[in-house]
Design a binder for this molecule. Sequence first.
Ligand SMILES: [Zn+2]
Length: 142
Amino acid sequence: MRGIRGMQAIVREREALAAQIAPLNTALAELAEREFELIKMGVRLKCRECGKTSSLGRWDFVQNHWYAQPYSCTGGDYWNANKTETCHIACPNCRQMNYIYNHPMRDNLVELHKRFNFRFTALFAQVWDRHGDKELRLRQLK
Ligand SMILES: [Zn+2]
């Protein structure tokens, strides 16, 4: 019986702490969202083609993919996503693609990708997928 009462006390204590943490988690999430929007508008990239500078959130991201040739009976025959530095970004002014590898902001973009992981592409206006030298396909946002 003492064991059960002890357990109930722990459950009450856990619920009380969770109730205190909830508003802090909400505040943290709101701050993260504001920071995300600030990065989107505040990080500015200069186009290597037309020379105009625009906010990150106005550029398109082009995710390149490379093909793994088939090997043995079951291996290969699939596409892999390129690393950030070997993808492209498309300028909102002239629509020309800038190869990230040669762009002065390459390291910043790679860092942003590491930091935001799956949310990285949400920093851009639109996301395109390109497989080898096939046409670009606009990625549908979920
Ligand atoms: Zn441009």
